[in-house]
Design a protein around this ligand. Structure first.
Ligand code: GUN
Ligand code: ZN
Length: 418
């Protein structure tokens, strides 16, 4: 399966279906009748017969230290960072604050049906440490990193080229590939890293050629103009990351609203990917990313909430805003394409498609139970739907955390709606 296939090949639906799971791993998925021969007496059965079971959502870009910044009305990205965000991130030097925020953050993800996430910490290694620890306790599939930033931000949030490298190495030694956790190399964006820090980041990336890389790219017009002043010799914003060897499979660039044709070619040939953050782009007034154009160019795109520039933890709501942004660009996305973006596309860009993203045998049983009739209006509207796609579309446009009845990680129930 891939993102560029026709939508018909990108989903399977069983009206009377089941998942057969052993030790947290999917053994079979199919019509109930095909599973019955494999159900012995010691198999316990959970019945969700009037609900839809789908793979857990995969959020490929968000900032856990920004949970207290959501809904802060900045004029634009740079104003919002300066007036609200940096100040809030300063608190993550305190391990107690980082610990309690990590707990809250993961519970909120589970409440919204998100079972895997690629997350920014702050500059403080304590922030990544706390989130890794809380995710490990829950067996949550989480990728995070300590942010590298050594200039153009308040001094209390600055590290150095050497400390960012050393602290990353220590976190890698402690957490990378422990259970379902992975470390991500996390320079905040070109503006807040000196060339010396980008060189150390490149060194780290060489040392770990398969490690996920996450950063921001071409989100806002003033940001792009500032980047040009800071890196006058570089052809483009993307070219800065390219020169430091940061474009490669499993590198994930958030936003990418302002790219040119050469940038697009480089993203494609290096198999780098874009995290589309529609609620954030709308809220911060950043612009309308051209989703269908990138898909036409066979650039990998996944979906993300970008909390706290983004305005919701719900990937259903995020799909709704993705639909609307694409629509304003003249394209009509199908419900299947949008669900794909929120699930398997995320698994692919993170290099995790062998483990998560759908219900193929051998995958980890991370799934959610969707209640499509969570409110009287939704129930009424679903009752007039003729097809599965219509029903999914209703969930995308009207839905949110209210539709998540339960969330399972490797077949263990971690959230149950009251
Ligand atoms: N660019 C650099 N830092 C950030 C951030 O925290 N949020 C967003 N949306 N863009 C950024
Ligand atoms: Zn971001």
């Amino acid at each position: 399966m891939d993102q560029f296939d026709s939508r018909e090949s990108n989903y399977e639906y069983f009206a009377q279906g089941g998942l057969l799971i052993n030790d947290g791993i999917i053994e079979k998925c199919g019509p109930l009748s095909s599973l019955i021969p494999f159900i012995s007496e010691d198999v316990s059965i959970i019945d969700y017969s009037d609900k839809l079971i789908i793979p857990g959502f995969i959020d490929t870009h968000l900032h856990y230290p920004q949970i207290d910044v959501i809904a802060s009305p900045g004029k634009d990205l740079l104003d919002w960072l300066e007036r609200f965000t940096f100040r809030s991130e300063a608190k993550y030097q305190n391990p107690d604050w980082a610990n309690q925020s990590s707990e809250f953050f993961l519970e909120e993800l589970l409440r919204n049906g998100t079972t895997s996430a690629l997350v920014f910490g702050t500059v403080h290694p304590e922030s990544a440490d706390a989130l890794f620890s809380a995710a490990f306790e829950r067996n949550f599939r989480l990728i995070t990193g300590k942010v590298a930033m050594d200039r153009n931000c308040p001094e209390y949030l600055q590290d150095t080229p050497e400390s960012s490298y050393e602290e990353a190495l220590e976190l890698i030694n402690n957490w990378h590939l422990k259970g379902r956790l992975q470390y991500a190399i996390t320079p905040r964006f070109a503006i807040t890293s000196s060339e010396a820090q980008l060189e150390k980041t490149a060194e780290l990336a060489c040392l770990y050629p398969n490690m996920v890389i996450q950063t921001h790219l071409a989100e806002n017009v003033d940001e792009v103009a500032w980047m040009k002043e800071l890196f006058p010799k570089h052809r483009s914003y993307l070219d800065v990351y390219d020169q430091y060897g940061l474009l490669r499979p499993n590198s994930i660039y958030a936003h990418c609203i302002y790219l040119d044709e050469l940038d697009e070619k480089r993203l494609h040939t290096t198999q780098s990917s874009i995290a589309f953050c529609p609620t954030s782009n709308l809220f911060l007034g950043s612009g309308l990313m051209n989703l269908q154009h990138y898909l036409n160019k066979k650039i990998q795109v996944s979906l993300a909430t970008d909390i706290g520039g983004g305005t919701t933890f719900s990937m259903l709501r995020t799909m709704g805003r993705a639909y609307e942004v694409a629509h304003l660009r003249g394209d009509v996305m199908s419900a299947f394409d949008l669900f794909y973006l929120a699930t398997f596309a995320g698994a692919k860009v993170l290099g995790l498609d062998r483990h998560i993203g759908n219900f193929m045998p051998g995958k980890e049983a991370d799934f959610i139970v969707l209640d499509l009739k969570a409110t009287p209006l939704m129930e009424r509207r679903i009752n007039s739907c003729q097809t599965l796609e219509e029903e999914l579309f209703v969930a995308i446009i009207l839905g949110d955390d209210r539709n998540i009845q339960a969330t399972y990680l490797m077949a263990e129930k971690k959230y149950q709606r009251m």
